[in-house]
Design a binder for this molecule. Structure first.
Ligand SMILES: C[S@@+](CC[C@H](N)C(=O)[O-])C[C@H]1O[C@@H](n2cnc3c(N)ncnc32)[C@H](O)[C@@H]1O
Length: 442
């Protein structure tokens, strides 16, 4: 299902261009209840086309990537980068119009929108003649586009990808097939840092350890940029690159990355923002917007990076994340950076905050940061945030629809919060995603 924006749409500087956005990702061309706003025609097509198609005379550019249109990774490569930013800015503007925000919302673009992606999840598949390794095809959960390079990935990561595919093929073992639930090779996860180092996790079904050990040795020998390699096993039917068991095979266990003034360790399964340069900008803006104070909470703290940015301006910072490995990493990252005023709790935000006496009295916050997964906040979390009555809330989101839903709840409850600032960051050039930071105040 697709929404088509007519040529008289107010999209800046792109008159005559016909923008088509796939239904599903947050679209500016829907109202809160899902209906098309007036002036937007609802159009259905089953064609797998790129989301930005120009009308005659419009300045469509030639995508640089040979896989564009087939690979599901990028959807806006056929728009000049400035136009991609304008399109995303317009989406933000429309999303916040229903909150009465009419002043222009700033969206920070990238100086270099190529090879910024510090993480990749690649899938193996059986081709008719050879083993494939790449991204899911556009609009498909099963088809895989075999790639030799991705212009969003750093070159060392692409080199590791090619080498892993060649070595995997040379073992003679097949790729996993979801239909028949057989085969061996399933996923390759890559994390890259800005010094050109790569950490890899190969995920397979249960199978011969000696084959993977030999592959790991050959990889470490052939790819000097490879910092380390893990082997994960899963026999789950679900198409999720999350192993049931994980073994560190060779090299380093973590990748060191510089983000702003901090040196942090990441792991193949750690959540990190995909674009380190833009993440630093977002986190700095967040810390600026929240100001200074006694206590801040960093909810959904992951590896604790936001907490590091807040620790200089708040006397105490409390992080909460449900993933035990994130807790370990966040504490280690604080220690690594000489930060002593940050504490991290492991557990679901909802459950941890149930201890009202501790959190509302002993650790009462002046500021709360929330950076939840795509689904946004659970109702109980909204209630806990309102109950804690912080002066300011910083909401970081990659999903405009759950963000706007939660903002409505936060601005309709007691105490009543109002949106004091909105900032957009283009964390994912050439894709439809936009990262948003909202400051709420009471
Ligand atoms: C979008 S990431 C944010 C990570 C971190 N703030 C950052 O900037 O890197 C969301 C995080 O929420 C955690 N998470 C998911 N559900 C949770 C829950 N119910 N309670 C606490 N943490 C949760 C995940 O483990 C993940 O680290």
């Amino acid at each position: 299902m697709w929404w088509v924006l007519p040529p008289d749409s107010p999209i800046p500087r792109r008159r005559g261009i016909l923008h088509i956005l796939q239904f599903g990702p947050p679209s500016p061309f829907r109202t809160r209840d899902g209906a098309a706003p007036s002036g937007v025609t609802h159009h259905m097509t089953s064609a797998q086309v790129s989301p930005s198609i120009d009308a005659p005379g419009a300045a469509r550019i030639t995508p640089r990537c040979p896989y564009f249109g087939t690979c599901g990774g990028c959807r806006h490569q056929d728009l000049a980068y400035a136009d991609q930013v304008a399109l995303k800015q317009e989406r933000l503007q429309r999303a916040f119009a229903s909150f009465g925000i009419t002043s222009p919302i700033g969206l920070t673009g990238c100086e270099d929108p190529w090879r910024y992606r510090n993480k990749a999840e690649l899938t193996f598949a059986a081709g008719s003649e050879r083993l494939l390794l790449g991204f899911h095809a556009a609009g498909s959960f099963t088809r895989v586009v075999d790639i030799d390079d991705c212009l969003l990935l750093p070159e060392p990561a692409a080199a590791v990808l090619r080498e892993v595919r060649e070595l995997a093929a040379s073992t003679g073992l097949p790729a996993y097939r979801a239909k028949t639930h057989d085969g061996f090779f399933r996923y390759l996860l890559l994390r890259s840092n800005r010094s050109g180092r790569v950490l890899a996790a190969l995920i397979t079904s249960s199978g011969p350890a000696e084959v993977v050990e030999r592959m790991a040795d050959a990889l470490m020998r052939r790819r000097p940029e490879l910092a380390g390699i893990y082997w994960g096993r899963t026999d789950r039917l679900a198409d999720v690159a999350m192993p049931e068991s994980l073994t560190h095979l060779r090299g380093e266990t973590h990748l060191e990355e510089q983000i702003g003034p901090f040196r942090v360790h990441i792991h193949p399964f750690t959540f990190v923002q995909a674009n380190t340069v833009q993440a630093d900008r977002l986190y700095r803006r967040l810390a600026d917007r929240l100001g200074t104070g006694e206590t801040a909470w960093d909810l959904y703290c992951g590896a604790g990076i936001i907490g590091l940015y807040l620790a200089g301006s708040f006397r105490r910072v409390f992080g909460i994340d449900s993933e035990p490995a994130h807790g370990v990493l966040a504490r280690a990252n604080a220690q690594r950076n000489g930060i002593e005023n940050m504490q991290v709790e492991t557990g679901g935000v909802d459950e941890v905050l149930m201890d009202r006496r501790r959190w509302f009295l002993d650790a009462a916050p002046e500021a709360i940061v929330v950076d939840p997964p795509r689904a946004g906040l659970q109702p109980g979390t909204v209630a806990s945030i309102l109950g804690a009555r912080p002066r300011r809330i910083g909401y970081v989101s990659c999903n405009l629809s759950s963000l706007t839903r939660d903002l409505r709840l936060l601005s309709a409850g007691f105490p009543r919060y109002r949106i004091a600032a909105v900032d957009g960051f283009d964390m994912f050039p050439h894709t439809e995603h936009v990262e948003t930071l909202v400051l709420l105040e009471r």
